[in-house]
Design a protein around this ligand. Structure first.
Ligand code: GDP
Length: 369
């Protein structure tokens, strides 16, 4: 009693409060485990019994710790990003920790982007974004962990580039890293107890190792939690409404200046100044987009939030933070990005404002399409 319990799989301190953090065990499972005198965290339990990875998130400090260990390893780093939310996928400071280790950049969730978008162009675009973040990937590949598209191609690239190294798979939470690892396990199984868990030396962080066909391993590292995600402002059901599930169908709008588009009640786009222009919106297909006059927009939002403008739903609207304005002048064709939601492609030479809850990033980037 009083002594903290540790998972006998990975060594993490057992806790029953935060399902996304290391060591989580539901109370009922904990009670059973104590009875049997073998307490596993939920992640290790699922791994043992179902060969299934459960995503786990880390605090910044833990993550720094983890990166430091990767720095000392001789490894191929497989860096998984969500191509629909590149900015939300950036691991702060990753470039300082890679050392001489090669990076293979994986753009996941390819299934969300329109087929009309040339894949070579998209890979170039991803490479440029990586360069801006200080990274020089040896290769860039696109895939969909969910539909299993091109996962075999990734495995071939890993074999091509790893040489005599271990492989570390890194990514922030929500990019689909666990889904990807599960696909990899599925492609390689038949063998039971394929996976082992072990600790990063000197920490309680668990890593999951998949044996490769020599003495080396593929390591699944825990993901860092990005606190700036829309996920923190919406309930589960609403989050599902704004998160693209299938291929996104672009929506085109011809707008005059002084017009506004509401993206449900979660975000807003104002075209302040410029000639009549075409705009293309990339959001979840079922997210309701409402066009109105800029001069009426504030009033309209106050009256219609939780009514016409959902999510949030009426019952949740009082807890929903006010939208904050971010104004931009474009010098080239650009995307106005609402992090985690999607983006609007806007022409050069105009003035626009993007609105989102405080903490949700609104930024302008080189147009993807
Ligand atoms: P992790 O936190 O990085 O391990 O991410 P998860 O594997 O838990 O996935 C986060 C969310 O993204 C889940 O809702 C997945 O269903 C979804 N997801 C993962 N891979 C894909 C993909 O290739 N395409 C799409 N559309 N969604 C995906």
């Amino acid at each position: 009693d009083g002594e903290p319990l540790h998972c006998i799989g990975c060594g993490a301190t057992i806790q029953t409060t935060d399902p996304t953090a290391p060591g989580y065990t539901p109370q009922s499972a904990l009670d059973k485990g104590i009875e049997k005198q073998e307490v596993y965290c939920q992640r290790c339990f699922r791994l043992r019994h179902y060969n299934e990875i459960v995503p786990v998130g880390l605090t910044d400090d833990d993550f720094l710790n983890l990166l430091t260990q990767i720095q000392d390893a001789n490894a191929l780093i497989v860096y998984v990003v969500d191509i629909f939310d590149f900015n939300g996928s950036v691991i702060p400071g990753l470039h300082r920790f890679v050392g001489d280790n090669p990076i293979l950049l994986v753009g996941n969730k390819e299934d969300l982007l329109p087929r009309s978008l040339r894949r070579s162009k998209l890979r170039d675009w991803l490479r440029q974004r990586a360069n801006e973040a200080g990274l020089r990937p040896i290769d860039v590949t696109l895939l969909s962990a969910k539909t299993n598209q091109s996962v075999d191609g990734l495995l071939q690239l890993i074999d091509k580039y790893r040489g005599d190294r271990d492989v570390y798979v890194v990514g922030v939470t929500n990019v689909g890293k666990s889904t990807l690892i599960n696909q990899i396990i599925r492609q390689n199984t038949g063998v039971k107890d394929l996976i082992t868990t072990s600790k990063f030396p000197g920490t309680t962080l668990d890593k999951i190792e998949l044996p490769l066909d020599d003495d080396h391993v593929l390591v699944d590292t825990p993901g860092i939690i990005q606190n700036q995600q829309m996920a923190h402002f919406l309930t589960g059901k609403d989050l599902k409404i704004v998160t693209p599930q299938k291929q996104v169908k672009p929506k085109n709008y011809q707008l005059n200046d002084q017009q506004t588009l509401f993206l449900g009640g979660v975000a807003r786009f104002d075209f302040n100044k410029g000639p009549k222009s075409g705009f293309t919106a990339y959001f979840e297909n079922n997210l309701y987009i409402h066009r109105t006059k800029l001069e009426n927009a504030d009033d309209f939002y106050a009256r219609q939030l939780g009514q016409l403008l959902t999510p949030p739903q009426a019952v949740d609207k009082d807890d929903f933070p006010p939208l904050v304005a971010h104004e931009f002048k474009t010098t080239a064709k650009s995307d106005l990005v609402f992090e985690g939601l999607g983006w609007i492609t806007v022409p050069a030479g105009i003035n626009v404002t993007g609105w989102a809850p405080a903490g949700v990033g609104v930024l302008i980037r080189h147009a993807m399409i």
